[in-house]
Design a protein around this ligand. Structure first.
Ligand code: NAD
Ligand code: MG
Length: 394
C-alpha cells in the first residue's frame, strides 16, 4: 500500500478488511499522518511500515512499541524510512499486488520500482504515469508487470474495452473513448467570481470525497486533462480518439464507443471502493461495501461539452498530450507547484492556469530517454514555476 493514509489508501484498506481470507497487507507507507498509520498497522499487522522521513518513522516506532504493551500489537512490524525503502517494499518478493496511491510526482520512483519487479500494479497515482509516459509503459511491457487502472474513469474504460486494446483501438473495433467528468464545484460559477474562490470551496467536490490536490485539479479540470493523457497511454489511443464529456451526476464513469455505434458505459455510485474492488479482485468480482445504484433516485443523466474558456487547464493538458515527451512532465510539475501555492493561499485560483502557461512557454523541448531525463524536466519546470510564483507575490 503506497500511500495508505490518503483517501485512496483508506478506501483500499476498507475493501481489503472485507476479505481477510483473500488479502494480507505486507507493507503500509505514508508521508505525515503518524496517528493513522499506527492505527492501520495495529489493524492490519503488516511486516513493514515505511514513513518518508526518519523523524516520523521514529514516532511510529515509539507508538507501536507503547501500544504493544496492550492487547493489540503490531510487534512483528518493522518501521523503515526514506524513498529507497518505499521502492524496496514495492518490489519485495512476497508482494503480489501494489496499490500505487501516493499523490503526485513523489509516487513515480516507488511505482516504477513495482513495475520493474513485475508486480500487478493498481494505479491510482496518475501523475506517475503522466510523467513516465511512453518510458513507463515500455517498462511495464518489458517486466511483464500488470497495470490495472484504479482511477474511476480508466477503470470504467477498462471494464468496457475488449481484452486486446494494446494492439490499437481500430483493431479492437473501438471508435472513441468517452472520458466523463463532473465539471467540479465551479461548473456554473460566474467566471468573474473564479479569481476569488477559496481552497475550501475548491475542495468541496459535489460528488466525490478526495485528497486536497486532486480536489483542486477537479475544480480546474486539470484532473480531466491528466486523465486525458493517462487514457492515451493506458489504452494506446491517439488524442483525437479521446473525447471529454461533462456529466455532472458522476454516475457514468466513462464509456467506450465501438465502430458499429454501440456505446458501453460503466455506471455506479461515485465511491472509489468500486474501482478499487474491481482492480483488487480482477478478473473476479468481490464485494466493495458500496451501496447498489438506485437509478430511480438518480432519475436523470445529463451531458454537456466542456467549456474550455472556463477550464483552460483542460486545453493545456490536451496540447501537452499532442506534444508528448517533456510536455506532460512540465505540465504536471507546474500544476503541482501551482496547486500547492493555491492551497496555501499564495495565489488565486485563476493564477493556476496562468502559471502553468508561463512555465510551458519557457521550457526548451527535449527528448526523453530515461528516468534521469524525466526527473530533470520535472525539476526544471518546478524551478521555473517557483520563480513565477515569486514574481506573482511581488
Ligand atoms: P491524499 O492526499 O488523500 O493521499 C496521498 C497519500 O500519499 C497519503 O497516504 C500520503 O501519506 C502519501 N504521500 C504524500 N506525499 C508523499 C510523498 N512525498 N512521499 C510519499 N508519500 C506521500 O491523496 P488521494 O486523494 O488518496 O490521491 C492519491 C492518488 O490517487 C493521486 O495521484 C490521485 O490523483 C489519485 N486518485 C485519487 C482519487 C480519489 O478519489 N481520492 C481518485 C482517482 C485517482
Ligand atoms: Mg478520475
Amino acid at each position: 500500500m503506497l500511500g495508505s493514509t490518503g483517501s485512496i489508501g483508506v478506501s483500499t484498506l476498507d475493501v481489503v478488511a472485507r476479505h481477510p481470507e483473500r488479502f494480507h497487507v505486507v507493507a503500509l507507507t505514508a508521508h505525515s499522518n503518524v496517528e493513522r498509520v499506527v492505527e492501520q498497522a495495529i489493524q492490519f499487522q503488516p511486516r513493514y511500515v515505511v514513513m518518508v522521513d526518519a523523524k516520523r518513522a521514529q514516532q511510529v516506532r515509539e507508538r507501536l512499541a507503547a501500544r504493544a504493551l496492550g492487547v493489540n500489537m503490531a510487534k512483528n512490524t518493522e518501521v523503515l524510512s526514506g524513498v529507497d525503502a518505499l521502492c524496496e517494499v514495492a518490489a519485495l518478493p512476497e508482494v503480489d499486488v501494489v496499490m500505487a496511491a501516493i499523490v503526485g510526482a513523489a509516487g513515480l520512483l516507488p511505482t516504477l520500482s513495482a513495475v520493474r519487479a513485475g508486480k500487478r500494479i493498481l494505479l491510482a497515482n496518475k501523475e506517475s504515469l503522466v510523467m513516465g509516459g511512453e518510458f513507463f509503459m515500455r517498462a511495464v511491457q518489458e517486466s511483464g508487470a500488470e497495470l490495472l487502472p484504479v482511477d474511476s474513469e480508466h477503470n470504467a474504460i477498462f471494464q468496457c474495452m475488449p481484452a486486446k486494446v494494446q494492439t490499437g483501438l481500430e483493431n479492437a473495433g473501438v471508435a472513441r473513448i468517452l472520458l466523463t467528468g463532473s465539471g467540479g464545484p465551479f461548473r456554473n460559477t460566474p467566471l468573474a467570481q473564479l479569481p476569488a474562490v477559496t481552497p475550501a470551496q475548491a475542495c468541496a467536490h459535489p460528488n466525490w470525497s478526495m485528497g486536497r490536490k486532486i480536489s483542486v485539479d477537479s475544480a480546474t479540470m486539470m484532473n480531466k486533462g491528466l486523465e486525458f493523457i493517462e487514457a492515451c497511454l493506458l489504452f494506446n489511443a491517439r488524442p483525437d480518439q479521446v473525447e471529454v464529456v461533462v456529466h455532472p451526476q458522476s454516475v457514468i464513469h466513462s464509456m467506450v464507443e465501438y465502430l458499429d455505434g454501440s456505446v458501453l458505459a460503466q455506471m455506479g455510485n461515485p465511491d472509489m471502493r468500486t474501482p478499487i474492488a474491481h482492480a483488487l479482485g480482477w478478473p473476479e468480482r468481490i464485494r466493495s461495501g458500496v451501496p447498489l445504484l438506485d437509478l430511480i433516485k438518480v432519475a436523470q443523466l445529463h451531458f454537456e461539452a466542456p467549456d474550455e474558456a472556463r477550464f483552460p487547464c483542460l486545453r493545456q493538458a490536451k496540447s501537452a498530450a499532442l506534444v508528448g515527451g517533456w510536455a506532460p512532465i512540465a505540465l504536471n510539475a507546474a500544476n503541482e507547484v501551482a496547486v500547492d501555492a493555491f492551497l496555501n493561499e499564495k495565489i488565486r485560483f485563476t493564477d493556476i492556469a496562468n502559471l502553468i502557461d508561463g512555465v510551458l512557454q519557457g521550457m526548451t523541448a527535449s527528448t526523453i530517454e530515461g528516468i534521469e531525463c524525466i526527473l530533470a524536466v520535472d525539476q526544471e519546470a518546478r524551478r521555473s514555476a517557483c520563480q513565477a510564483l515569486e514574481r506573482l507575490r511581488r
